[in-house]
Design a protein around this ligand. Structure first.
Ligand code: C5P
Length: 246
């Protein structure tokens, strides 16, 4: 790895499946926005230098002023900026990449919707960048996965042992990720549900490290309820270890 590790945190989605009255990253969980939870964990991992937060254009000023974002800016010695996103996730990542300082040699891309990402997972992905140019965290599915056609008929059942459910943060050599985004944009089919897909399209290898169930993507109201439960359990465990330490 040459240069520092930067991070693009994408939070510019509308999150319509959550059914809230505001964009998903601004929904509250235990009194804080999902964005603030994500920022605290990414910035607090100690694995990163500059952080770029990408939010809906009308919320740039508000996001920059959130208590949790200000605290992270301080923790990162001012190396945190908030910029407006684009029409889809891929475009939002691209806008974030465009403002990373020149000395940033590697990038983690993280979804704000994965607001409870454990800092260990951020460090694991970041550490793997010393051996691989593209790293994604993945979990083995508990369910059997079927491939289906448009009519709902099963086409194939891939061997479950070969499948991974992929999360973020995803880590990349900066030059490789920029090349992948440029190629996607030039081909017109510029959008993908994650960044690794764009690297795969270049024919470049992507390495999977173990993911973490706590990095779940909050998508539905049930996910939000479950995230609240996970956060409460995490806080109870840490106050228990405080008590045991005294
Ligand atoms: O829509 P989905 O849940 O896949 O979004 C994943 C992440 O991408 C979310 O954190 C969301 O805020 C972000 N996103 C974005 N800009 C968009 C759409 C999604 O930053 N236009």
């Amino acid at each position: 790895v040459t240069g520092s590790v930067g991070c693009v945190l994408v939070a510019a989605g509308s999150g319509t499946r959550l059914g809230a009255d505001r964009p998903k990253a601004f929904v509250l969980l235990a009194g804080r926005t999902l964005l603030e939870h994500a920022v605290a964990r990414v910035a607090g991992s100690g694995a990163l230098g500059p952080l770029v937060v990408v939010v809906p254009a009308e919320l740039v000023a508000l996001a920059g002023d959130l208590a949790g974002v200000r605290a992270a800016r301080e923790l990162l010695d001012g190396n945190l900026v908030v910029v407006p996103g684009g029409p889809d996730r891929t475009a939002s990542v691209r806008r974030g990449l465009a403002v990373l300082p020149p000395d940033v040699g590697s990038v983690l891309v993280h979804d704000a919707a994965r607001c409870l990402v454990p800092p260990e997972l951020v460090r694991r992905v970041s550490a793997a960048l010393s051996s691989y140019a593209a790293v994604v965290p993945g979990l083995s599915p508990a369910d059997t996965v079927k491939q289906v056609d448009a009519a709902g008929a099963v086409v194939a059942t891939p061997d479950r042992a070969t499948l991974r459910l992929v999360q973020t943060p995803q880590g990349f050599d900066r030059g490789l990720l920029e090349r992948a985004h440029r190629a996607a944009e030039a081909s017109g089919g510029g959008s993908a549900t994650d960044d690794a897909t764009l690297v795969e399209r270049l024919g470049q290898p992507v390495h999977v490290v173990p993911g973490d169930p706590r990095a779940l993507k909050v998508t539905t109201p049930d996910d939000l309820a479950y995230a609240g439960w996970l956060l409460a359990a995490e806080r109870a465990a840490s106050s228990l270890s405080d008590v045991q330490a005294t």
